[in-house]
Design a protein around this ligand. Structure first.
Ligand code: ZN
Ligand code: ZN
Length: 347
């Protein structure tokens, strides 16, 4: 999961989506009716020799064990619940949805480097791995969607797709060759390379957690004027603004890999099981329109029908109007029209 070797001289890279499309054509997966609905074994890179990734298992278990604590009166507050939608929007919709996914993975818009780094750093604060690792996994997912090399297809099992795949090393994803093949464009950037080394991306997450705690202490001191009030409100900020918000955003993001490949409707005929899942689209501010996304991965607009709410895309349109981002990729209507399912929904 970490890249300990210096990448070799990096030649100019074709666009990531071009590379993925080329490989897709070369491999021509046989996604026929006989295969539809079939089960798959785990990817080839996962076997009995595969290491359990305790550095993932540990935090996920520890955070979940803290959930009951969040509801005892000392840690609970109604205003603390507001951290979930606000934190979900800021750190996960903007950080992961716009930053890691629509920008770094699919290059769906352009922006200044400083803004790209802000997007990516907000993504790091969602505790969903480093940018390079996240992008690598997601590009492999698009290249092999719902076929055996897909890192997280529900054809293995719903649990595997949701979170099981995170806990065991998949050699196809962790080799230096995989980083070189799939994320050369990301890892060549010194900031993303630094985040990838050792646990640097984890320390960024820890630093933001400490910042939230300090903000809570400050707010508690100003609000109550007592040391006990300062400590209590600081810990409430940490519990709801970091721990509970992280758990919430883990599951809604993981739900795209699991639920949005199992349940929902399809606007387009695509070569995998992707679905538009309205619940996860609302929970993630747009990522759940996943069949639309698989039909046209490059576009930053995931909601294609007027009622397919895509707050992340609307945020990008607003940023485009300010001039902070540009070349926002719109849906490719001619390509999409060839895939459109005319009869309406197909669940
Ligand atoms: Zn997918
Ligand atoms: Zn994608």
């Amino acid at each position: 999961m970490t890249l300990d070797t210096e990448p070799e001289v990096i030649p100019a890279l074709e666009s990531p989506d071009d590379a993925i499309a080329r490989d897709q054509l070369a491999e021509e997966h046989a996604f026929d009716d006989a295969f539809a609905g079939g089960r798959l074994p785990k990817p080839v890179g996962v076997d009995r020799q595969s290491r359990v990734l305790w550095e993932y298992v540990g935090p996920v278990i520890a955070f979940h064990l803290l959930i009951p604590l969040a509801f005892i009166p000392y840690f609970f507050s109604w205003w603390g619940l507001l951290f979930l939608p606000i934190g979900n929007y800021l750190f996960t919709s903007i950080g992961i949805g716009a930053g890691y996914h629509r920008l770094l993975t699919h290059r769906g818009f352009k922006c200044p480097k400083w803004l790209e780094y802000i997007f990516a750093t907000l993504g790091v604060c969602s505790f969903q791995d480093s940018p390079a690792r996240w992008v690598l996994v997601h590009r492999v997912h698009h290249q092999h969607s719902d076929h055996r090399p897909d890192p997280h297809t529900p054809r293995v099992s719903a649990f595997w797709a949701h979170m099981g795949w995170l806990f065991i090393d998949n050699r196809e994803l962790s080799s230096a060759a995989a980083y070189d093949r799939y994320v050369r464009d990301v890892i060549r950037d010194p900031y993303y390379l630094w985040l990838q080394r050792g646990l640097n991306w984890v320390w960024v997450y820890v630093a933001h957690a400490i910042a939230v705690l300090m903000l809570g202490y400050l707010w508690g001191w100003l609000w109550t004027g007592t040391v006990s009030g300062m400590f209590q409100i600081g810990l409430q900020f940490l519990m709801w603004g970091v721990i509970m918000r992280t758990i919430y955003t883990w599951h809604v993001t993981w739900g795209i890999n699991s639920f949005a490949h199992m349940w929902g409707y399809r606007n387009y005929e695509t070569r995998e099981d992707s679905r538009n899942n309205w619940l996860f689209a609302l929970l993630t501010n747009g990522e759940g329109w996943h069949n639309n996304h698989h039909a046209d991965p490059r576009t930053a607009q995931h909601g294609h029908r007027w009622w397919e709410v895509d707050v992340t895309y609307w945020s990008l349109v607003a940023l485009e109007k300010t001039g902070l981002i540009w070349d926002l990729v719109r849906p490719n209507q001619s390509a999409l029209s060839r895939k459109t399912i005319r009869s309406g929904v197909d669940t």
